[in-house]
Design a protein around this ligand. Structure first.
Ligand SMILES: [Zn+2]
Length: 337
């Protein structure tokens, strides 16, 4: 394996192949940075092989550099998103209360009540959309920059081209609609339960208020976490496309909470669809909601995608998705004189 242990000035280290520079670390402390540097040198030399390719690179990029950075940046962004959405939900909460008070929500007439709840959400729709759009563009841009930095893609930081921006905006609209639809459903189902229980107006009001408290708490946290991750991965994927990366690879975080172990190491063409080999859902990138995957598949997904550099002498099999062990030997190049 090209990634190998070495010693320099009595310090332990990692190097890429016998000729690579020995990157040392302090014995007893983390070797991740040394390993990452060694892998990066291998990538820079174009000397990657099937066993040491993106999985190893990704592990160290992600665990050390990207994960450390992304965690902090994503956390800050999530907080900001939650703050914005809380404001929007406060307004909706007040509008639903108003509709209940005025009798526009009257559960003797479910259809009319449903419409009244929708109207209450509708009054804040522009605000919802704005929050989602700003946030998705920011997170997408962050993911793009992270990919450019971590994978050395050679693109300029910060410039979203119209195509990338358009796709992120589309993503934002869809995610926003999904959220508003689910929240409307929550409120309606609470109203219905409360009505079926014969609750008084005040009990109904309090049940709804509890709904909004829940939504502003763990639900917004989950939304912000899911959306940040999804948008950053989309930015990452689009950056790979911009840079002409041919193949991308799905990497799980490797801890005990991994929800998609079967996806680990899966490779597709950059514009291709990752496919869950058992459940059958597809995604353009981890956390993608645009390819028909069930929300269960992308909510709280923490998987990453990385570029997959085809090892010298190997080529992709004729399959829509594959793993490193599926690679086949490339036909020998025809000599040209
Ligand atoms: Zn996942």
């Amino acid at each position: 394996m090209p990634l190998q242990r070495c010693t320099s000035n009595t310090r332990p280290g990692w190097r890429w192949g016998a000729t690579g520079k020995c990157y040392t670390y302090t014995a007893g402390s983390s070797d991740a940075e040394a390993k990452r540097r060694a892998v990066l040198q291998g990538v820079a030399m174009g000397e990657s092989s099937a066993t040491t390719n993106a999985v190893i690179a990704a592990e160290y990029f992600i665990q050390e550099a990207s994960r450390r950075y992304a965690k902090k940046a994503e956390a800050a962004m999530q907080k900001e998103f939650v703050r914005h959405l809380t404001k929007v939900l406060n307004a909706v909460d007040a509008d639903v209360a108003k509709a209940l008070r005025s009798g526009a929500i009257d559960m003797n007439d479910i259809r009319r009540s449903d419409q009244a709840v929708r109207n209450a959400f509708g009054l804040s729709k522009a605000e919802f959309n704005r929050a989602y759009r700003n946030f998705t563009l920011k997170a997408g841009s962050m993911g793009r920059d992270a990919a450019i930095r971590d994978f050395k893609l050679g693109l300029d930081f910060g410039d979203l081209n119209p195509h990338t921006q358009g796709l992120l905006e589309k993503h934002a609209i869809k995610a926003c609609e999904r959220t508003m639809e689910r929240m409307t459903g929550n409120v309606m189902s609470t109203l219905k339960t409360s009505y079926d229980n014969g609750d008084s107006y005040y009990m109904m009001r309090s049940a709804i208020s509890q709904d909004f408290t829940n939504m502003k708490g763990y639900e917004l946290d989950r939304i912000a976490r899911t959306e940040t991750h999804s948008a950053t991965q989309q930015g990452n994927n689009l950056a790979c496309g911009e840079a002409g990366v041919e193949y991308t690879q799905w990497i799980t975080t490797g801890d005990t909470r991994v929800r998609h172990p079967e996806m680990h190491g899966q490779i597709v063409r950059q514009e291709g669809l990752f496919t869950h080999p058992i459940e059958g859902w597809t995604m353009l990138y981890p956390g993608d909601d645009s390819s028909g995957a069930d929300p269960d598949a992308f909510i709280n997904c923490r998987c990453f995608q990385v570029p997959f550099w085809m090892p010298a002498g190997m080529t992709a099999p004729n399959m829509p998705y594959f793993y490193e062990e599926d690679l086949v030997e490339a036909p020998p190049p025809t000599s040209q004189h």
